[in-house]
Design a protein around this ligand. Structure first.
Ligand SMILES: Cc1cc2nc3c(=O)[nH]c(=O)nc-3n(C[C@H](O)[C@H](O)[C@H](O)COP(=O)(O)OP(=O)(O)OC[C@H]3O[C@@H](n4cnc5c(N)ncnc54)[C@H](O)[C@@H]3O)c2cc1C
Length: 483
């Protein structure tokens, strides 16, 4: 095939971008280097593989990630449709069976008549139109090419994965099923909660802080060769649990181990702290430790995490670990349309732009795919309003302080302040979040109508029709999640 557009990377952003462009009539060549060249974090050759958590964030319409999902739905996101088809129960969040999700994305992309999936590593920027969506683990040759082409340094730092345990190995005489404040989709609760008393918590934190960690040798060569990096640099939203614990004895009790909204049915009391486990696959055989990213050695993970009541005999399906994160200095190199400043036909999408989080990666893929198609059709490119979550993310990464640029995920702090109500009152948090969501919906639909934007088929139509039929027939308690 002689492609109109090359997409580099078949991850979250690249798969979405390829679909959007192909659905608009472009012949797309999607290059994915796996399985020929592994990344160190991906475990399969599937497209859109989720490398860590299986949660795509909140699905509630008045949460930042929920607002982003509403915008993506209205713009016809392909990956969001696939996620909704493969959702597992997760309270107010959208979580998926990672294997079913990646399988579905791969099957639909491979079956698309205008997408050619090429299993090869791209080392040089293509001469024609392209979308670079090679992710946080961009292969070294392309990273070097980008560094040279963009001028100025790449930025590196480290992020961490949470462990996964087998459901069968969790002691249900101790762990209890519940969602905070009784919210959730499964009647008896979406999470398994491991309760800790004050004494158990103190002992756990003490052991965690002194446990042995994996040395960062693998990364030291990068540092020595001039890459800006440091073992103290992490995503604030994805800090290793031992690093949080070092910040003070109570940090975990107020962070990932907070027990608010939970009561232990075995004691009738609120525990001092909890470790929450979230379902990780549709079969319900695997659970991940929510917020428990870690860089302890595997033997220390076994020893220390088994101190958690309910996990005394835990079997680990995957251990936590640290990984590399690569992203470009977007404020110096990108436009809010996601075009490179120095070449209008090169777009960037996904984590490599500094937009953080699965849904943000999908969203930038969607915008890059749409804009690439509009560019080739001679149409005006979309620059979404800054009052929308996607518009605000694109604005942020292209206008942040370039000297201190760090990745950013969807949050209400990115949006312009709301106009004050006539009575001068700001209203409560819930009210404000609802107002942000309503303004985003209004501004997005007005903008898209003016831009003559039409969403393409997201591929999930037949599924939605089936689910609608099931909904009509089924009692509320057994309805499928995500709808
Ligand atoms: C280990 C890890 C854990 C993470 N955990 C989370 C999490 O829990 N929650 C969250 O919201 N975000 C998480 N992130 C951040 C980010 O959301 C994910 O990495 C997400 O998958 C990024 O999407 P992407 O499309 O930008 O990149 P990816 O999904 O990584 O896709 C990029 C693809 O490009 C391919 N590729 C790379 N270089 C080349 C090349 N030269 N030629 C051809 N193909 C190439 C790769 O094989 C890969 O398939 C994590 C990141 C990592 C690395």
């Amino acid at each position: 095939m002689n492609p109109d557009l090359v997409v580099i990377g078949g991850g979250l952003a690249g798969s979405e971008a390829a679909w959007q462009a192909a659905q608009r009539g472009l012949r797309v060549s999607l290059h994915e280097m796996r399985p020929n060249r592994p990344t160190g974090a991906h475990a399969t050759d599937r497209l859109a593989e989720l490398v860590c958590s299986n949660s795509l964030g909140s699905n509630l319409p008045d949460r930042a990630s929920g607002v982003l999902k509403t915008e993506l739905r209205s713009m016809g996101s392909f990956l969001l449709a696939c996620a909704e088809e493969t959702a597992v129960p997760a309270g107010g969040a959208l979580a998926v069976d990672r294997e079913a999700f990646a399988e579905l994305v791969t099957a639909r992309v491979e079956g698309h008549p205008r997408i050619e999936l090429v299993r090869s590593e791209v080392e040089r920027l293509p001469a024609g139109p392209a979308i670079v969506a090679s992710g946080p683990l961009t292969a070294p040759a392309l990273a070097a090419e980008l560094q040279q082409w963009l001028g100025g340094p790449h930025l590196y730092f480290y992020d961490a994965l949470a462990p996964i345990v087998e459901y069968e190995s969790v002691d249900l005489a101790i762990a209890f099923r519940a969602s905070r404040y009784g919210r959730g989709e499964v009647l008896d609760g979406d999470y398994l909660n491991c309760p800790l008393t004050r004494a158990e918590y103190d002992n756990f934190v003490a052991e965690l802080v002194k446990a042995e960690r994996i040395a960062l040798r693998e990364f030291e060569a990068d540092i020595a060769s001039g890459v800006r990096a440091g073992p103290d640099k992490f995503f604030e939203s994805c800090l290793p649990v031992e690093i949080i614990a070092e910040r003070g004895l109570e940090s975990l009790a107020y962070g990932p181990m907070r027990a608010v909204g939970l009561r232990d049915p075995h004691t009738g009391r609120r525990p001092y702290a909890v470790v929450q486990l979230r379902q990780d696959n549709l079969a319900g055989s695997l659970y991940n430790l929510v917020g428990f990213q870690t860089n302890l050695t595997f033997s220390e993970q076994q020893r220390v995490l088994r101190l958690i009541p309910g996990l005394g005999q835990a079997r680990f399906a995957r251990y936590g670990m640290l990984h590399r994160n690569t992203f470009i200095n977007s404020p110096r190199t990108l436009l809010p349309t996601l075009q490179a400043q120095q070449r209008a036909d090169i777009f960037f999408a996904g984590q490599i732009t500094g937009v953080e989080g699965y849904m943000g990666n999908v969203a930038t893929g969607l915008l890059a795919g749409i804009n690439a198609a509009r560019l080739l059709a001679g149409e005006e490119l979309l620059t979404l309003p800054a009052t929308t979550m996607l518009g605000a993310l694109c604005w942020y990464v292209t206008h942040a302080d370039p000297d201190n640029f760090q990745p950013m995920k969807a949050n209400f702090g990115l949006l312009p302040a709301l106009e004050r109500a006539a009575n001068g009152r700001d209203g409560g948090k819930r009210e404000r979040f609802g107002a942000y969501a309503a303004r985003s919906a209004d501004d997005l639909s007005a903008y898209l109508a003016a831009a003559k934007f039409e969403a393409v088929d997201d591929g999930g139509g037949s599924h939605r029709a089936t689910v609608a039929l099931l909904h009509a027939a089924a009692p509320a308690a057994v309805r499928a999640p995500g709808f």
